[in-house]
Design a protein around this ligand. Structure first.
Ligand code: 0X9
Ligand code: CA
Ligand code: ZN
Length: 450
């Protein structure tokens, strides 16, 4: 018989082993997905229009022979009963399992290749803030559901002071799977900062304007899309019915829940609007920034479809400023076209895409009456890759968008009327982030800052 102490040690060892396995499991395998959705494919020849009219299919992409959609499982039987042939492809798209797919998406250096995860974006922004302290400052607008920062890089002369200057905000990644929409505003920030000294046009913009860059409104969703499920769209709220996610671009308060076409009351839906306006900390953080500063124009980057959209989105009617918005959007589309010859369609959001209620741009226009654009970045359609842009495309997409955003920045400067009785003050109520706030490796998946 073994001595008691040895036996005790053995049990402690066993306990520790079990604990270790238990604790490390989510780190290595990712949270097991509890998806209500399947990815299904149809033959390319299918009558897409009638299919989309009948079922709430969420288009993803297309390859040589097939078109792919995301669909709630509960509709599968009715699609079959309606006589449509489809194949379930969900397993093929689990990037965590099938490395061949990630290879075919030109990915290198980990699952997200040249794209930025939350922590990679944090490092990039902290480096920029440390390299250009005289003309930018990094803030956190608030925390996500899973406690990640909503980063905001403010670029301006005297960046610590709120001055009587026009302000423009560029937002990216309301939707997790739209990775390119993080890169474009980040690269724009990088360009502005690098060229301040050498380019008088850029210096003039930075000296006379406050530019707020929020590349990642949905940090939890983005990391979930990278590490667990590539096609995730919403944030990572645990809903009352056990499903996950609120569509952040349906959670703003203007015309929220106006109808069930432009957003869904169903928590499991990909366009779930949330239990009430601004129920999500991510949209609330954005709201606070816009309410505490008076902005002159905003752009919210999404993908895909190559379009520049302006309100209204909740109803197919013009706003009072439709003419101005149409002019600005057309001017931007022309500038974009000149770079790589890619056409971005211009139009009222509700007319050129589909109805949405509770979206960011309707809220911005509805409350502040300023130009608010949704720019849907490439590709143009599913056949050209849907939500997947290869890493090699990041630069060209950013470059074609640069002249357009500079144009809007200069428009904001020339259309600015200084506020009377304005008192410059230290940028209030926001948490300043510095490079010394380095995360340790173990927190990588949890999104904690330090
Ligand atoms: O549905 C959305 O939120 C946006 N499209 S996406 O494919 N990126 O999800 C479009 C928002 C544009 N605004 C309106 N149509 N109101
Ligand atoms: Ca300034
Ligand atoms: Zn989007």
């Amino acid at each position: 018989m073994r001595p008691l102490s040895e036996k005790k040690n053995f049990y402690i060892f066993l306990l520790l082993l079990v604990l270790l396995i238990f604790l490390s499991f989510p780190l290595f395998s990712g949270e097991q997905s509890t998806q209500n959705e399947e990815i299904i494919s149809f033959a390319r020849e299918i009558d897409l229009k009638s299919l989309l009219e009948r079922f709430p299919l969420d288009p993803l992409m297309s390859d040589g022979q097939k078109v792919y959609f995301l669909i709630n499982k509960k509709f599968l039987s009715s699609i079959k009963e309606a006589g449509y042939n489809f194949a379930i492809e969900t397993d093929r798209f689990d990037l965590g399992k099938d490395q061949s797919i990630s290879k075919s998406l030109h990915q290198q250096g980990g699952l997200n290749g040249a794209y930025h995860s939350y922590s990679e974006l944090g490092s990039a922004l902290k480096s920029l803030a440390a390299a250009y302290p005289a003309i930018c400052r990094l803030y956190s607008l608030g925390k996500s559901v899973e406690n990640r920062n909503i980063y905001a890089l403010k670029i301006s002369d005297n960046p610590a002071i709120r001055e009587n200057e026009p302000k423009i905000a560029l937002l990216g990644c309301h939707h997790a799977r739209e990775w390119i929409s993080v890169e474009v505003p980040l690269l724009i920030a990088d360009y502005l900062l690098k060229n301040y000294i050498i380019d008088t046009r850029i210096r003039n913009i930075i000296d006379s304007e406050e530019i707020w860059i929020i590349p990642l409104v949905n940090p939890d969703g983005l990391d979930y899309s990278i590490f667990n499920y590539r096609l995730w769209r919403k944030n990572r709220r645990l809903n009352s019915d056990g499903s996950y996610g609120v569509d952040l671009n349906r959670n703003y308060s203007f015309a929220w829940a106006y109808d069930n076409l432009g957003s869904s009351p169903e928590p499991s839906s990909d366009t779930y609007r949330g239990p009430r306006p601004f129920s999500e900390p991510e949209t609330l953080s954005v709201m606070n920034l816009l309410q505490n500063n008076s902005f002159t124009a905003v752009i919210s980057y999404h993908s895909f479809s190559q379009s520049i959209l302006y309100p209204w989105g909740y109803i197919n009617l013009p706003t009072e400023k439709e003419q101005l918005f149409q002019q600005l959007a057309s001017a931007m589309a022309d500038l974009i076209y000149q770079v790589n010859g890619r056409s971005y369609e211009v139009g009222r959001a509700s007319a050129s895409l589909y109805l949405t209620n509770g979206d960011f741009t309707d809220w911005v226009y509805g409350f502040f009456q300023i130009p608010a654009f949704t720019i849907e970045l490439p590709p143009v359609d599913l056949i050209h890759g849907g939500f997947f842009n290869s890493e090699e495309d990041i630069q060209s997409i950013y470059k074609e968008n640069l002249p357009a955003v500079l144009y809007l920045m200069e428009w904001a400067i020339s259309n600015f009327t200084p506020q009377p009785n304005f008192k410059p003050e230290i940028e209030p109520k926001l948490e300043k982030i510095t490079k010394s706030m380095v995360k340790n490796k173990g927190d990588f998946f949890k999104g904690k800052e330090n």
